[in-house]
Design a binder for this molecule. Structure first.
Ligand code: 5GP
Length: 123
């Protein structure tokens, strides 16, 4: 499948500086910032600077330096936030069934409370 990147998505606008963000970490290929509607005491979004729609797009087409930078940035944030002590959850929603709202790859780093079951149970 060919991935089509919409350069008007909200995270593209954040990367272009058109919308403000509360930056946690910025590296050559990666930006991490606070989620605007936090669902846990720690809720950080980590995005690559490149135009990747979702995790599988990134995994298939990003360069080795981009992938290394992204994964290392996540590790750096976990360390800086002290998340190894009590744990955390890393979520990457993708596509319609994954209920991805913003079509630019992002992982959510959630921590600071017991996060409950991985998925809401079907009624
Ligand atoms: P998704 O459902 O795509 O996995 O998650 C998108 C996330 O982006 C949501 O948690 C939402 O709160 C966050 N978000 C949406 N718009 C903005 C924004 O303008 N700024 C920030 N910092 N987060 C946003």
């Amino acid at each position: 499948m060919a991935y089509t990147y919409d350069s008007e998505n909200i995270f593209a606008k954040i990367l272009r500086g058109e919308i403000p963000n509360k930056t946690v970490l910025e590296t050559e290929h990666t930006l991490a910032f606070l989620d605007i509607q936090p669902q846990a005491p720690t809720h950080i979004l980590v995005i690559p600077k490149g135009p990747y729609v979702c995790f599988d797009h990134f995994a298939q087409e990003a360069s080795e330096p981009e992938i290394t930078d992204y994964v290392r940035a996540i590790g750096e944030i976990c360390k800086a936030e002290g998340l190894e002590e009590n744990g955390f959850r890393l979520i990457a929603n993708a596509g319609r069934e994954g209920v991805q709202d913003v079509p630019h790859l992002h992982v959510h780093i959630l921590a600071g409370r017991v996060l409950g079951p991985m998925l809401a149970r079907a009624k």
